[in-house]
Design a protein around this ligand. Structure first.
Ligand code: NAP
Length: 247
């Protein structure tokens, strides 16, 4: 067994039906984890892809319209990996941004992430399924301001902050908490940007790698952060961005 192996580990990935969450679920399973693919709709496609590759997966409906939806999910179930990937974005000028859009994004991206992680950590510590790992999906907008996405930017700055405070509190208890800041990845989340020829060109010209990221570009980093190879990595927010932040 290598330091990168996830054999005998049980993982839960939120928003695993599509995009980055789907790619992460596939990567964790490829390293040997048994993966619960959670989503507000079924994750049948992801589960089929994992099983076809010889991995183990099952589905779970989890809708963070209720940010407390994951309470009780982890108790006695043997999870030692949690990937908080589910997230939404709302675009509007800050002058016109509504409370509804503010609350919707904050509930899914930040409040659900915190209370899901709290439930996971309580269960892992109670059952001593340690070492355990939490991987949060942050964003370039954990560092930069962006434009026309005020609640998203606030929520993703919050994700970076929570990653650090939880690492401070739990590192010595055997729980690694880290985050990945994906660059511009071709998923539903960025479809509007890719469909705008001016924004698409401006983004591509600024990415040193010269291309949009693929969801699979994030999967390997998540598998690493969940593995024993990352046992001394705590509170890090790792950019996987084709070099965007290096410019
Ligand atoms: P995506 O394809 O839109 O996936 C988002 C996932 O979150 C979907 O599975 C979605 O489910 C799920 N989700 C949304 N609302 C939910 C709710 N109420 N309860 C449970 N699940 C919910 O976009 P993505 O790009 O893969 O996004 C994944 C993560 O990466 C997000 O946190 C996003 O902020 C982050 N990110 C993406 C990029 C990028 O360039 N794509 C860059 C930086 C960070 P549905 O399919 O049902 O909507």
């Amino acid at each position: 067994m290598t330091a990168f192996s996830l054999d005998n580990r049980r993982a839960l990935v939120t928003g695993a039906n599509t995009g980055i969450g789907q790619a992460i679920a596939i990567s964790l399973a490829a390293q040997g984890a048994r993966v619960t693919c959670a989503g507000r709709r079924d994750c049948d496609e992801t589960i089929a892809m994992i099983r076809e590759a010889g991995g183990e997966a099952e589905g779970l409906i989890l809708d963070f319209a209720d940010p407390m939806a994951a309470q009780g999910v982890f108790d006695g179930a043997g999870y030692s990996i949690l990937v908080n990937n589910a997230g939404i974005i709302r675009r509007e000028d800050s002058l016109h941004f509504t409370e509804t859009d503010w609350d919707a994004v904050m509930d899914v991206n930040l409040k659900a992430l915190f209370f899901t992680t709290q439930a996971f950590a309580r269960a892992a510590l109670a059952a001593e399924t340690l070492p355990a790992a939490v991987v949060n999906i942050a964003s370039l907008l954990s560092f930069q301001g962006g434009i026309r996405v005020p609640s998203y930017t606030a929520s993703k700055h919050g994700v970076a902050g929570l990653t650090k405070i939880l690492a401070n509190e739990w590192a010595a208890k055997g729980i690694n908490v880290n985050a990945i800041a994906p660059g511009y990845i071709a998923t539903n989340n960025t479809e509007a940007l890719r469909n705008d020829p001016d924004r698409n060109q401006a983004i591509l010209e600024r990415i040193p790698a010269g291309r949009w990221g693929d969801p699979s570009d994030i999967g390997g980093t998540a598998a690493f952060l969940a593995s024993p190879a990352a046992q001394y990595v705590h509170g890090a927010v790792i950019n996987v961005d084709g070099g965007w932040l290096a410019r």
